[in-house]
Write a new protein. Structure first.
Length: 522
């Protein structure tokens, strides 16, 4: 039996925890009985806090109340300077009752109720971590009703595979939690929050899963989040205050050797509206790590230049003991000497110095499907950086950047054009040219057309990226009024103003549509 901090065996042969005889505890309280050592909890709180302060000036350590939610534990962690992450109204109530300062509480969890959002906003907690667009709508409505503001952190899905069971992966694109990073959802969520008078985008959060046995997924996550932060800083002028990288290392359950994986490469490609409508193929010259052609990516001089790793004895993993809130836990990690390979190189390749990779360029052909949008990503598998010593190559993530079209404004799969017409054309009707993706098209303007009337060219918009039909072109009519008139023109207009059809203004049935459409041009 391994004795953790605060545990001893007394003279009677009984296990004690911080001096408390567990046999006596069992007789007093019965079994099963959970015993938490306050000294151990406080000691570990201090270690987390000290480590965070060492590396981050304004870092926060948050206790996940779902681990053990009662007033006693919450009072302890709060007194040690930790914040509390709650996932329900009940946990939020308990934290507040335990005296945890509201500005040290964040509300997490998906499917939050309106009552939970109201409680969070009324108490002005540190932030709400939003999981979806419906939740953003709910937060906005509650804040408007209470006339209060709140900081919001968005949870993102960066499509990271931690090479674990599907049930414990929480960052892949098909996961139900959070906003997709590479399908444009995260960027759209940032835009919604940025446009709100009541919400402020505070930071981004991601939990990539549990039972993780290597550091590479966290390194990949950091690159994606920093890239996203740069995008919204450049395009929305938002400076994020906080990055929350979540996920759990695996415990000791045995295991095998790990496989090296090269890092992903992230590039931007500008597309015209025509390229988006029709799909296109781009060729990019990518500077990256490629497999060494002399050793075939092994890093060794030849096939006999290997020896069994002396650190892990060929297992590829080593065991270690870590402190947790509730004691010491044995975990398993990749061997630091051989990197999980179970063997070491005795004679290195003289071209790559034993790394198995060298810097080089590769021209990659990228097929971009029709209908992609701003912020989406096209993944080209295996075209990222090569892995050290014969591992799996990373992916090439091609981020879509739409070039602005001066005449057509995109709204989903629809395109909107603001058509300026002369007064006479609107009165008498006529034929005019309008822009489309493929060039100009002629349309007829009916006599008596009002400003704000919306004309629709069905099926002339953009195709759906998933193949579900095609959008339309919406043409919003506006009337150009001359700013100056000649004397002859003025006489003609004055003469018209005395005619019966020019004496009273007609009601415009389509005015409500125009008001909605104006939002697209702001």
């Amino acid at each position: 039996m391994r004795l953790n901090n605060g545990m001893t065996i007394n003279e009677k042969g009984h296990l004690t925890i911080s001096g408390c005889d567990t046999v006596l505890l069992k007789e007093q309280y019965g079994t099963p009985l959970y015993v938490i050592d306050e000294n151990t909890v406080r000691s570990n709180c201090k270690k987390f806090r000290t480590t965070m302060d060492k590396f981050f000036e304004n870092g926060r350590v948050m206790y996940a109340s779902k681990a053990l939610n009662n007033k006693a534990i919450l009072k302890i962690v709060a007194s040690e300077g930790l914040g509390v992450d709650v996932v329900s109204g009940g946990e939020l109530y308990t934290a507040l009752e335990a005296g945890v300062p509201a500005n040290k509480i964040e509300l997490h969890g998906n499917s939050k109720t309106e009552e939970e959002i109201i409680m969070a906003v009324e108490n002005q907690i540190y932030c709400i971590i939003a999981d979806g667009f419906d939740e953003l709508d709910l937060i906005e409505r509650v804040c408007q009703k209470l006339n209060k503001k709140i900081d919001v952190t968005i949870r993102i899905r960066p499509n990271i595979d931690i090479h674990a069971h599907e049930a414990i992966q929480t960052a892949k694109m098909d996961c139900k939690f959070g906003f997709g990073l590479f399908d444009g959802q995260a960027f759209e969520a940032a835009k919604i929050i940025n446009a709100s008078k009541f919400m402020k985008l505070h930071g981004v959060h991601c939990h990539i899963g549990s039972q993780i046995f290597e550091e590479q997924p966290f390194e990949e996550l950091a690159k994606h989040i920093v890239g996203f932060a740069n995008d919204i800083k450049n395009e929305l002028n938002i400076e994020l205050s906080e990055f929350n990288f979540g996920g759990g290392f695996g415990g000791s359950r045995g295991g095998g050797r790990s496989v090296n994986r090269g890092s992903d490469i992230r590039v931007k490609v500008k597309l015209t509206l025509s390229e988006i409508a029709n799909g296109t193929t781009k060729k990019l010259k990518i500077s990256k790590t490629i497999a060494c052609d002399k050793c075939g990516g092994t890093g060794a001089k030849d096939s006999s230049s290997y020896a069994t790793c002396s650190t892990c004895n060929g297992a590829g993993v080593v065991n270690r003991v870590e402190n947790t809130f509730f004691g010491r836990m044995q975990t398993q990690s990749v061997c630091p000497t051989c990197g999980g390979e179970g063997k070491t190189i005795t004679a290195k390749c003289d071209k790559c110095s034993g790394e198995g990779v060298v810097r080089g360029d590769e021209v990659v052909e990228i097929k971009i499907p029709a209908g992609v949008g701003e912020g989406m990503a096209v993944t080209v598998q295996g075209k990222g950086n090569a892995a050290r010593r014969g591992g799996v190559n990373g992916d090439l993530l091609v981020m879509i950047d739409e070039e602005r079209n001066p005449e057509l404004i995109r709204d989903g799969n629809d395109l909107i054009h603001n058509l300026n017409l002369t007064v006479t054309t609107c009165i008498l009707g006529g034929e005019v040219e309008v822009p489309t993706i493929d060039g100009k098209a002629k349309i007829k303007i009916a006599a008596g057309t009002h400003a704000g009337k919306v004309l629709r060219l069905r099926g002339k918009g953009l195709p759906d990226v998933n193949g579900y039909g095609r959008g339309d072109i919406l043409i919003v009519v506006d009337i150009t009024i001359p700013s100056s008139l000649t004397s002859e023109e003025r006489k003609l207009v004055e003469k018209l103003s005395d005619q019966p059809h020019f004496k009273e203004a007609e009601s415009v049935e389509q005015q409500n549509i125009f008001e909605r459409m104006k939002n697209f041009f702001r």
